[in-house]
Design a protein. Structure first.
Length: 636
């Protein structure tokens, strides 16, 4: 049926829908329509046609049936030999709640065989996953395979890479219509209203119905009234591909005014049209995803009289996407030598709400246990979680241990001693790093007696068997006064390692290793940054490859610890730590102190914890911010 027949009829309905879009009302789907939609999706899942089956799996997961999808698809994965199909299966298993299957797509993307590269990048984009980002950044940097470049840019842009978004917008004006079409498909989902003028121009200039519908559907997903009108029309196209694309984007646009038409399409002769129509109906009947651009900040562990200190936290993502947030809970006193154990809380909504706490590590030391690091080991051991912690017995006896979990932190194995020498070994929370070689590094600062000597040297303990055994590195670094304290290690792009340490000199010291952390260079000053006697945290952002530093940007010579641990500041380096830009304050309250940051990256967000001290009490704050936040200049 022709386009002009529908425009006048649908204008009022679409305008009404747009006027009420801010209300975010759920679509009311009858029991009969819901049952029919689910029946279509279950039949589609069992289809002999592979990709319609995968699309049905996606729809069922979005309808809340992830367990059903996992049960059906899991047995198919081991026997699948085609990399593109492997990506489809792994993608939907990840979407259905098995995050560990992302490693399959990451391995295909990083592999030498090009057959699955584009599918891997596209699938990882769809499930919001980058791994360490290296393979995806390589995919965007190359230009021989434009489709790979586009899908890599989609994955990186969705995760906060502003340069990737710039590339996608440039491709929206590419001379090749196919390139423009793919860019439009991506920007309809991760772009914004600034993309509407170019999408409108592309729609007007499109020379075939398929290309035109891509531009129109993307406009609809961005809330454009003309795009929404066109999406309605596309649902009645004679071309089943056009109907399929429109039915898919109807859910993205939450186009509730087209529900009746989608219901009619449940009887379409084409399986993909039926599946995508059922998907959008069920998606619009569920709550819309929470805004991923908002910041989240809350005291997850608030200090009390009985527990005046919750500090030194670490966060890890479990295989179902849940966040596990561990911290040290002290009893009776906020002293480093008070009784303490390690507790954990879980969040299934990105840190907005949290479970009650449970004990992850009982007090085994004569004084306490503290300073937890949670890490997921690299594949092929990605099913293993490691929990590192310190056991404190006296001023001369502080040991690091690790326990391994093979059931997503439900239980942990027997403790393995990391620091096998005598002495007082400080390993900060969230510090253990696994290199690209697989080697685990536990950076420590040690002294024979923290009370009488209280001078530290920093070095690493190394494990080349996934944490089963450890040996002391051959080299160490020192600094004047109290020495080199609370080291952090990061792997550089050229293969060297960089260690930063706390000292009493008013700056962050830095040292380098070219032998995997065994020996270290003489320390020097890290750039021109000032710092008190407080730890700094340094991590690489997967989506950009840049370094993100979090530290206390202050120094007062002659004062205790070189000044109060306020503000808490972030900065970005695009040249491996030589220079720093986009300096932004995370916390500025002069009545409080902020320190001992943990930091991981999940999807497009930086996930942090740090202590927030006020008086003699210390709480542990959860903070989640979009990666793009760190690339804008201070405005507050």
């Amino acid at each position: 049926m022709k386009r002009q027949v529908y425009v006048g009829v649908l204008l009022l309905a679409v305008s009404s829908m747009c006027d009420g879009a801010d209300d975010a009302k759920l679509l009311e789907v009858s029991a009969a329509t819901r049952a029919k939609s689910l029946r279509i999706l279950r039949d589609g899942l069992r289809s002999d046609e592979f990709w319609p089956s995968i699309h049905a799996a996606e729809a069922l997961t979005l309808a809340g049936k992830g367990e059903e999808v996992r049960a059906f698809l899991e047995p198919k994965l081991p026997s699948e030999e085609d990399d593109q199909r492997k990506c489809g299966l792994a993608r939907e298993l990840v979407r259905a709640g098995d995050w560990q299957k992302a490693t399959i797509m990451l391995d295909i993307l990083a592999g030498k065989e090009p057959h699955g590269h584009v599918h891997a990048a596209e699938s990882l984009y769809k499930v919001f996953e980058l791994g360490d980002g290296r393979a995806m950044r390589r995919g965007m940097a190359q230009s021989e395979n434009v489709n790979l470049q586009l899908m890599a840019a989609a994955a990186l842009g969705r995760s906060g890479n502003l340069a990737a978004m710039k590339l996608l917008r440039k491709k929206l004006a590419d001379p090749e219509q196919e390139v423009r079409r793919i860019a439009a498909w991506i920007l309809g989902r991760i772009g914004d209203t600034s993309d509407i003028p170019q999408l409108r121009a592309n729609a007007a200039a499109a020379t075939d119905e398929i290309a035109k519908c891509y531009f129109e559907n993307s406009l609809a997903a961005l809330g454009d009234l003309e795009g929404l009108q066109s999406l309605h029309v596309n649902l009645a196209s004679d071309d089943p591909a056009v109907r399929t694309y429109a039915a898919t984007f109807a859910g993205d646009a939450r186009a509730v005014a087209v529900a009746d038409r989608l219901t009619e399409l449940l009887d379409d002769e084409n399986i993909d049209v039926r599946v995508r129509s059922a998907q959008s109906l069920l998606v619009m009947a569920r709550e819309a995803p929470l805004d991923s651009d908002e910041g989240i900040s809350q005291l997850v562990y608030a200090a009390t009289i009985e527990n005046p200190r919750y500090t030194e936290g670490s966060i890890v993502r479990l295989s179902d996407g849940t966040l596990l947030y561990a911290a040290t809970e002290f009893f009776g006193s906020g002293s480093d030598f008070a009784r303490a154990h390690i507790v954990g809380r879980r969040s299934s909504d990105g840190g907005r709400t949290w479970s009650e706490s449970n004990v992850l590590q009982e007090t085994t030391g004569k004084l306490n246990v503290m300073s937890v690091t949670l890490r997921r080991l690299q594949r092929p051991h990605s099913g293993t979680l490691a929990m590192f912690f310190l056991q404190k017995n006296s001023f001369t006896d502080l040991r690091a241990y690790v326990r391994l979990s093979h059931d997503e932190a439900e239980s942990f194995g027997e403790p393995i001693r990391v620091t096998t020498e005598s002495g007082y070994h400080v390993m900060n929370n969230d510090r253990v790093v696994q290199l690209s070689t697989g080697r685990l590094l536990a950076p420590v600062a040690s002294t024979p007696d923290v009370h009488k000597v209280n001078h530290f040297v920093s070095y690493c303990w190394l494990s080349d068997d996934h944490g089963k055994t450890w040996r002391r590195g051959k080299g160490e670094i020192d600094q004047p006064k109290r020495g080199a304290m609370e080291p952090e290690v990061i792997e550089l792009n050229d293969g060297r390692l960089m260690m930063i340490v706390r000292n009493q000199l008013g700056y962050i010291a830095v040292s380098y290793s070219d032998d995997g952390g065994d020996t270290w260079s003489e320390p020097s000053r890290l750039s021109t940054l000032i710092a008190p006697e407080a730890p700094a945290t340094l991590r690489r952002i997967p989506s950009t490859g840049d370094l993100l530093l979090v530290w206390n940007n202050t120094y007062v010579s002659g004062s205790g610890h070189g000044g109060k641990r306020t503000p808490l500041t972030a900065a970005i380096s695009s040249d491996e730590g030589t220079t720093w830009k986009h300096v932004r304050n995370l916390e500025t309250n002069k009545d409080r102190t902020y320190a001992y940051t943990s930091l991981i990256f999940v999807q497009n967000r930086a996930i942090m914890s740090y202590w927030e001290g006020e008086g003699s009490q210390y709480s542990s704050r959860f903070r989640s911010l979009p990666v793009a936040w760190f690339y804008t200049d201070q405005r507050d």
